[in-house]
Design a protein around this ligand. Structure first.
Ligand code: ZN
Length: 269
Protein backbone atom coordinates (compact mmCIF):
# COMPACT_ATOMS: atom_id res chain seq x y z
CA UNK A 1 0.00 0.00 0.00
CA UNK A 2 1.39 3.35 -0.92
CA UNK A 3 1.58 6.21 1.57
CA UNK A 4 -0.92 8.21 -0.50
CA UNK A 5 -3.46 5.43 -0.24
CA UNK A 6 -2.94 5.16 3.53
CA UNK A 7 -3.42 8.89 3.95
CA UNK A 8 -6.54 8.93 1.79
CA UNK A 9 -8.14 6.02 3.67
CA UNK A 10 -7.29 7.52 7.08
CA UNK A 11 -8.74 10.84 5.93
CA UNK A 12 -11.97 9.10 4.85
CA UNK A 13 -12.31 7.51 8.29
CA UNK A 14 -11.73 10.94 9.84
CA UNK A 15 -14.57 12.38 7.72
CA UNK A 16 -16.84 9.44 8.61
CA UNK A 17 -16.00 10.11 12.28
CA UNK A 18 -16.93 13.81 12.05
CA UNK A 19 -20.31 12.87 10.53
CA UNK A 20 -20.96 10.21 13.18
CA UNK A 21 -19.79 12.62 15.91
CA UNK A 22 -22.21 15.27 14.68
CA UNK A 23 -25.07 12.77 14.87
CA UNK A 24 -24.00 11.48 18.32
CA UNK A 25 -23.83 15.00 19.71
CA UNK A 26 -27.39 15.77 18.59
CA UNK A 27 -28.65 12.40 19.84
CA UNK A 28 -26.98 12.80 23.25
CA UNK A 29 -28.40 16.33 23.70
CA UNK A 30 -31.88 15.11 22.76
CA UNK A 31 -31.69 12.25 25.23
CA UNK A 32 -30.76 14.72 27.98
CA UNK A 33 -33.79 16.85 27.06
CA UNK A 34 -36.05 13.79 26.82
CA UNK A 35 -36.71 14.36 23.09
CA UNK A 36 -37.03 11.80 20.33
CA UNK A 37 -33.82 11.06 18.40
CA UNK A 38 -35.53 11.60 15.02
CA UNK A 39 -36.95 14.82 13.64
CA UNK A 40 -35.31 17.86 12.06
CA UNK A 41 -32.54 19.66 13.95
CA UNK A 42 -33.33 23.18 15.17
CA UNK A 43 -31.23 26.07 16.42
CA UNK A 44 -31.20 25.86 20.23
CA UNK A 45 -31.72 29.63 20.49
CA UNK A 46 -34.19 30.72 17.79
CA UNK A 47 -35.77 27.32 17.05
CA UNK A 48 -35.28 27.75 13.28
CA UNK A 49 -35.23 24.38 11.50
CA UNK A 50 -31.71 23.82 10.14
CA UNK A 51 -31.17 22.97 6.48
CA UNK A 52 -28.81 20.28 5.22
CA UNK A 53 -26.15 22.89 4.45
CA UNK A 54 -26.16 23.97 8.14
CA UNK A 55 -25.46 20.43 9.24
CA UNK A 56 -22.23 19.55 7.40
CA UNK A 57 -19.83 18.51 10.15
CA UNK A 58 -17.08 21.07 10.86
CA UNK A 59 -17.52 22.92 7.55
CA UNK A 60 -20.86 24.49 8.55
CA UNK A 61 -19.36 25.63 11.84
CA UNK A 62 -16.30 27.12 10.11
CA UNK A 63 -18.28 28.65 7.25
CA UNK A 64 -20.83 30.26 9.59
CA UNK A 65 -17.96 31.30 11.88
CA UNK A 66 -19.56 29.57 14.85
CA UNK A 67 -22.91 31.39 14.64
CA UNK A 68 -26.47 30.41 13.75
CA UNK A 69 -27.29 31.43 10.14
CA UNK A 70 -30.70 32.75 11.21
CA UNK A 71 -30.30 34.46 14.59
CA UNK A 72 -26.49 34.92 14.62
CA UNK A 73 -26.26 33.61 18.21
CA UNK A 74 -22.98 31.77 18.87
CA UNK A 75 -23.19 27.99 18.41
CA UNK A 76 -21.83 25.72 21.10
CA UNK A 77 -18.14 24.80 20.80
CA UNK A 78 -19.24 21.34 21.78
CA UNK A 79 -20.24 20.63 18.15
CA UNK A 80 -16.81 20.98 16.51
CA UNK A 81 -15.04 19.42 19.53
CA UNK A 82 -17.19 16.25 19.41
CA UNK A 83 -16.95 16.10 15.61
CA UNK A 84 -13.15 16.43 15.50
CA UNK A 85 -12.75 14.15 18.53
CA UNK A 86 -14.83 11.37 16.94
CA UNK A 87 -12.98 11.89 13.64
CA UNK A 88 -9.61 11.47 15.36
CA UNK A 89 -10.77 8.34 17.24
CA UNK A 90 -12.11 6.73 14.03
CA UNK A 91 -9.03 7.61 11.96
CA UNK A 92 -6.53 6.44 14.57
CA UNK A 93 -8.39 3.15 15.14
CA UNK A 94 -8.51 2.54 11.37
CA UNK A 95 -4.78 3.22 11.17
CA UNK A 96 -3.98 1.05 14.19
CA UNK A 97 -6.07 -1.92 13.04
CA UNK A 98 -4.98 -1.58 9.43
CA UNK A 99 -8.55 -1.44 8.15
CA UNK A 100 -7.73 0.69 5.17
CA UNK A 101 -9.36 -1.33 2.43
CA UNK A 102 -12.36 -3.59 1.84
CA UNK A 103 -11.39 -6.85 3.52
CA UNK A 104 -12.46 -9.28 6.24
CA UNK A 105 -11.16 -7.03 8.98
CA UNK A 106 -14.06 -4.70 8.22
CA UNK A 107 -16.43 -7.35 9.68
CA UNK A 108 -14.84 -6.81 13.08
CA UNK A 109 -14.14 -3.12 12.58
CA UNK A 110 -17.78 -2.09 12.00
CA UNK A 111 -19.01 -3.33 15.42
CA UNK A 112 -15.88 -1.79 16.97
CA UNK A 113 -16.87 1.62 15.56
CA UNK A 114 -20.47 1.13 16.77
CA UNK A 115 -19.25 0.33 20.31
CA UNK A 116 -16.87 3.30 20.24
CA UNK A 117 -19.74 5.55 19.09
CA UNK A 118 -21.95 4.38 21.98
CA UNK A 119 -19.10 5.19 24.40
CA UNK A 120 -18.69 8.67 22.88
CA UNK A 121 -22.44 9.33 23.35
CA UNK A 122 -22.15 8.10 26.97
CA UNK A 123 -19.13 10.37 27.43
CA UNK A 124 -21.14 13.44 26.31
CA UNK A 125 -24.15 12.84 28.59
CA UNK A 126 -21.96 11.83 31.55
CA UNK A 127 -19.75 14.90 31.33
CA UNK A 128 -22.73 17.28 30.85
CA UNK A 129 -25.18 15.89 33.40
CA UNK A 130 -23.59 12.84 35.00
CA UNK A 131 -26.10 10.45 33.46
CA UNK A 132 -25.55 7.58 31.04
CA UNK A 133 -28.58 6.36 29.06
CA UNK A 134 -29.24 2.60 29.19
CA UNK A 135 -29.43 2.62 25.37
CA UNK A 136 -25.79 3.62 25.10
CA UNK A 137 -24.80 0.88 27.55
CA UNK A 138 -26.78 -1.84 25.73
CA UNK A 139 -25.52 -0.78 22.31
CA UNK A 140 -21.98 -0.45 23.66
CA UNK A 141 -21.94 -3.89 25.33
CA UNK A 142 -23.71 -5.63 22.41
CA UNK A 143 -21.40 -4.13 19.79
CA UNK A 144 -18.34 -4.84 21.96
CA UNK A 145 -19.40 -8.51 22.13
CA UNK A 146 -19.88 -8.69 18.35
CA UNK A 147 -16.51 -7.05 17.83
CA UNK A 148 -14.67 -9.47 20.12
CA UNK A 149 -16.44 -12.47 18.56
CA UNK A 150 -15.64 -11.41 14.96
CA UNK A 151 -12.16 -10.39 16.11
CA UNK A 152 -11.35 -14.08 16.61
CA UNK A 153 -13.32 -15.29 13.58
CA UNK A 154 -11.49 -12.98 11.19
CA UNK A 155 -8.14 -13.76 12.79
CA UNK A 156 -7.62 -10.10 13.46
CA UNK A 157 -4.95 -10.95 15.92
CA UNK A 158 -3.23 -14.32 16.17
CA UNK A 159 -2.68 -14.15 19.93
CA UNK A 160 -5.18 -16.86 20.83
CA UNK A 161 -6.97 -14.92 23.60
CA UNK A 162 -10.45 -16.23 23.93
CA UNK A 163 -13.87 -14.71 24.15
CA UNK A 164 -14.58 -16.40 27.50
CA UNK A 165 -11.64 -14.63 29.13
CA UNK A 166 -12.79 -11.34 27.62
CA UNK A 167 -16.24 -11.79 29.17
CA UNK A 168 -14.78 -12.83 32.54
CA UNK A 169 -12.52 -9.76 32.50
CA UNK A 170 -15.49 -7.49 31.75
CA UNK A 171 -17.54 -9.12 34.56
CA UNK A 172 -14.57 -8.56 36.86
CA UNK A 173 -14.67 -4.82 36.11
CA UNK A 174 -18.43 -4.78 36.72
CA UNK A 175 -17.95 -6.50 40.10
CA UNK A 176 -15.04 -4.20 41.08
CA UNK A 177 -17.08 -1.07 40.33
CA UNK A 178 -20.12 -2.41 42.22
CA UNK A 179 -17.83 -3.05 45.17
CA UNK A 180 -16.47 0.50 45.01
CA UNK A 181 -20.04 1.84 44.83
CA UNK A 182 -20.96 -0.15 47.90
CA UNK A 183 -17.80 0.79 49.82
CA UNK A 184 -18.14 4.52 49.04
CA UNK A 185 -21.93 4.48 49.68
CA UNK A 186 -22.54 5.36 46.00
CA UNK A 187 -20.61 8.62 46.22
CA UNK A 188 -17.69 7.35 44.14
CA UNK A 189 -19.67 6.11 41.17
CA UNK A 190 -23.07 6.36 39.52
CA UNK A 191 -25.58 3.70 38.45
CA UNK A 192 -24.20 3.62 34.93
CA UNK A 193 -20.56 3.07 35.85
CA UNK A 194 -20.54 -0.72 36.50
CA UNK A 195 -22.32 -1.54 33.18
CA UNK A 196 -20.13 1.04 31.42
CA UNK A 197 -17.11 -0.74 32.91
CA UNK A 198 -18.46 -4.04 31.57
CA UNK A 199 -18.94 -2.64 28.03
CA UNK A 200 -15.54 -0.92 27.94
CA UNK A 201 -13.83 -3.95 29.47
CA UNK A 202 -15.33 -6.29 26.88
CA UNK A 203 -14.29 -3.92 24.11
CA UNK A 204 -10.58 -4.02 25.00
CA UNK A 205 -10.67 -7.70 26.06
CA UNK A 206 -8.35 -9.67 28.32
CA UNK A 207 -5.57 -8.99 29.38
CA UNK A 208 -5.72 -5.36 28.16
CA UNK A 209 -8.66 -4.79 30.49
CA UNK A 210 -6.04 -4.63 33.28
CA UNK A 211 -4.24 -1.80 31.46
CA UNK A 212 -7.56 -0.03 31.01
CA UNK A 213 -8.41 -0.19 34.73
CA UNK A 214 -4.92 0.98 35.66
CA UNK A 215 -5.20 3.96 33.24
CA UNK A 216 -8.73 4.82 34.45
CA UNK A 217 -7.72 5.16 38.08
CA UNK A 218 -4.42 6.89 37.27
CA UNK A 219 -6.16 9.45 35.07
CA UNK A 220 -9.10 9.91 37.47
CA UNK A 221 -6.74 10.29 40.43
CA UNK A 222 -4.53 12.83 38.63
CA UNK A 223 -7.45 14.97 37.48
CA UNK A 224 -9.10 14.81 40.93
CA UNK A 225 -5.80 15.85 42.56
CA UNK A 226 -5.38 18.79 40.16
CA UNK A 227 -8.99 19.94 40.73
CA UNK A 228 -8.51 19.71 44.52
CA UNK A 229 -5.23 21.66 44.40
CA UNK A 230 -6.84 24.34 42.20
CA UNK A 231 -9.78 24.32 44.65
CA UNK A 232 -12.19 23.80 41.73
CA UNK A 233 -13.65 20.82 43.58
CA UNK A 234 -13.89 19.72 47.19
CA UNK A 235 -13.48 16.23 48.60
CA UNK A 236 -17.24 15.84 48.94
CA UNK A 237 -18.00 16.87 45.32
CA UNK A 238 -18.89 14.36 42.67
CA UNK A 239 -16.76 14.08 39.57
CA UNK A 240 -18.18 12.06 36.67
CA UNK A 241 -16.17 8.83 36.52
CA UNK A 242 -17.36 7.60 33.11
CA UNK A 243 -15.30 10.00 30.97
CA UNK A 244 -12.04 8.77 32.56
CA UNK A 245 -13.05 5.18 31.88
CA UNK A 246 -13.91 5.98 28.26
CA UNK A 247 -10.68 7.91 27.59
CA UNK A 248 -8.76 5.02 29.18
CA UNK A 249 -10.64 2.54 26.94
CA UNK A 250 -9.70 4.46 23.78
CA UNK A 251 -6.07 4.81 24.92
CA UNK A 252 -6.01 1.05 25.63
CA UNK A 253 -7.48 0.19 22.21
CA UNK A 254 -4.76 2.26 20.56
CA UNK A 255 -1.71 1.72 22.79
CA UNK A 256 -2.67 -1.08 25.22
CA UNK A 257 -0.14 -3.65 23.97
CA UNK A 258 2.72 -1.14 24.25
CA UNK A 259 1.71 -0.10 27.77
CA UNK A 260 1.41 -3.75 28.85
CA UNK A 261 4.85 -4.60 27.37
CA UNK A 262 6.41 -1.56 29.03
CA UNK A 263 4.91 -2.51 32.39
CA UNK A 264 6.02 -6.16 32.12
CA UNK A 265 9.56 -5.01 31.25
CA UNK A 266 9.57 -2.82 34.35
CA UNK A 267 8.47 -5.79 36.48
CA UNK A 268 11.20 -8.05 35.10
CA UNK A 269 14.00 -5.83 36.46
ZN1 ZN B 1 -30.64 30.51 15.72
Amino acid sequence: MTINYLLLATMLYFLLGTAVGSFLDVWARRILRGESPTGRSKCEDCGHVLSASDLIPLLSFLFLRGRCRYCRKPLSWQYPIVEVGTGIVFASLAFKFGVLGINFKLLAFVPLLVAVSALIAAFITDILEQVIADKFLFVGAGAAFLYRATFYLTNFDSNGFNLGLDILGALGVFALFQLIRWATKKRGMGDGDPPLGFAAGLLVGFPLVLVQIFLTFTLGGLVAAVLLVLKKKHLKDKVAFGPFLIIAAFATLLFGEYILDWYLTLLSF
